[in-house]
Design a protein around this ligand. Sequence first.
Ligand code: DGL
Length: 229
Amino acid sequence: MKIGIFDSGIGGTTIFRAIKEVLPDEEYSYLADSKNCPYGEKSEEELKKIVVKNAETLLDWGAEIIVIACNTATVRCIDYLRHKYPGIKFVGTEPAIKLATNTTAKNILVLATPGTVDSERAHQLVANNLKKDQKITLLPCPGLADTIEHTLDFDENYCHLPLNEAQQKIIQKKLGELLNPITETPDVVVLGCTHYPLIKTEIQKFFPDATLLDGADGVAHRVAEIAHL
Ligand code: DGL
């Protein structure tokens, strides 16, 4: 099975790694669309053009399943893509809000791009899953995916290298600015952009006791289900 994956850059490698763990023997192509990063600050019209171009490229490369390894592109464009390409199987990545509300957490913080936070789908996920005794905050993080994209180094296998001191400083400064409005300590932090697990250690430093969740394993299992149909 040929599996095509795309993201606005390196973020989708967090999804790719999880898929490869459950499906090690498939054939993969990965499209890192870093020239259009950040997706999270694009209009829906711009984003639709971008995702169609990416889907066309992956189909040209022989993809039988297309994985949108990006929360922003999924919540904004997956319905559009499914409608435009009815014969193609698309698997999307959504913020792990359902996973977070299924824990005992009372206070949940969701970090995501402005495009994801403003989307109807993100609000639907909250409305459908939040329990009575839970509080959830959706925090838009403008510039964070972009900063990660341009700060981290990767090796030839697309594995990101540990952050050096200068890189940690850049990420900590950006996180400090963005997390400034958060006054209550969350029990669970949802990493609602596929770039954010790449700086999990840095985010954890702000919330040492919180559990950090992302949707990578869910996506991987969905791809495996479809690949085995
Ligand atoms: N990694 C993507 C996401 O999960 C997009 C980040 C961006 O390009 O803004 O939302």
